[in-house]
Ligand binder design. Structure first.
Ligand SMILES: [Zn+2]
Length: 350
């Protein structure tokens, strides 16, 4: 196997950092989709389009056109929506995506009004002060009724909050709290912005080396993955293979870690495509890519969304190990580079 074109790690991290700082809860992922569109527009070989649902579709004509492929990652993230404006002026929330309230307790948020106005605040327990509520602070169940947003604005009533321009249905984005230290990347929403950055980095590596994919490839940047139907539509019906690039689940009993890319062979939706998974394993071995094979117990992907929607395609899933997924996530640059190299190897494979 010839040497793979090199990943520009700094450019990948710079783009990732910009993407992480761009709020994009499912339903309002447009700013992150637009940012990705802007960065892919730098590569003239790509033809960019949008689905009606707002996903980004980039098509790259390959050396061959008869066995097209697709690769996907998602730009939408977990978040919340204003469910009610309470009599005390604070906000009751409804969750977007699957996570536990305790993982965002105390987090800074941005409430994004329908007119685009942004108001800061934070997620707190309704009985947050231990000096006032004592042991209740420990004991109160973290559920929709006991969690609220305290706005950084002068309001003590429903009317005053409405006067700020806030209404039921406004989106609430959680602060990413990004820190990069000693190769580690700690941030919310690495799922799946890390992989969007990996995809862009793989495209850049090929394009900068004057290469193009072996087969015509559609890059699909999904905007409704966290609620289960992201890639249900928008991937061309004639693609032979779909490689989903999404985070690997790290924890007790898992083989995945923050320094490897993982191949997921089974998750909540059952086994992935054996032939395509085998092909990816061989590519990793041939190119000395540090990888693990794993099973994710509580996990779904856009590959299953496409399968469930009737996609007749071989689907496999790879991605960097992410610790504390759907909580305060962390990965390491090594896992991102491994995943990007793997993707490059796949794009160039016969
Ligand atoms: Zn994901």
């Amino acid at each position: 196997m010839t040497k793979l074109p090199e990943i520009n790690t700094q450019a990948m991290l710079d783009f990732l950092s910009e993407l992480l700082k761009t709020p994009s809860p499912t339903g309002l992922a447009e700013p992150a989709i637009a940012l990705t569109e802007h960065s892919l527009a730098a590569f003239q070989a790509l033809q960019l389009a949008r689905t009606r649902k707002g996903a980004l579709v980039a098509t790259w004509t390959g050396e061959r056109d008869d066995l097209p492929r697709a690769v996907t990652a998602h730009a939408d993230t977990l978040g919340a929506m204003v469910k009610e404006i309470k009599a005390n002026g604070r906000l009751k929330l409804t969750r977007i995506g699957g996570f536990a309230w305790n993982t965002v307790e105390g987090e800074g948020v941005e409430v994004i009004s329908s007119k685009g106005r942004r108001i800061r605040g934070s997620i707190l327990l309704t009985r947050a002060s231990s000096h006032v509520y004592g042991s209740e602070v420990n004991e109160l169940k973290r559920d929709d009724g006991n969690i609220e947003v305290r706005l950084d604005a002068r309001t003590g009533s429903e009317k005053e909050t409405r006067d700020l321009g806030i209404e039921v249905g406004d989106f609430v984005a959680f602060d990413p709290r990004l820190e990069m230290t000693a190769g580690f990347i700690r941030s919310r929403h690495l799922d799946d912005k890390a992989c969007v950055a990996v995809l862009v980095a793989a495209v850049k590596a090929l394009a900068d080396a004057g290469l193009k994919p072996a087969h015509t490839t559609t890059l699909f940047i999904s905007n409704y993955e966290e609620v289960g139907h992201g890639a249900a539509a928008g991937i061309p019906a004639d693609v032979e293979e779909l490689v989903v690039v999404d985070m690997a689940a790290v924890g007790e009993g898992q083989t995945s870690d923050e320094f490897h890319a993982s191949l997921c062979v089974k998750d909540s939706g059952g086994p992935y495509h054996h032939g395509l998974s085998e092909k990816l394993r061989h590519l990793a071995e041939d190119n000395h890519i540090p990888y693990r094979v794993d099973i994710y117990p509580f996990y779904g992907s856009d590959g299953e969304a496409f399968w469930s929607a009737g996609g007749d395609v071989a689907v496999a899933l790879i991605g960097p190990g992410v610790d504390a997924s759907h909580s305060y996530e962390r990965t390491h640059t090594e896992a991102l580079v491994a995943t990007a190299n793997w993707l490059v190897a796949y794009l160039l494979s016969e």
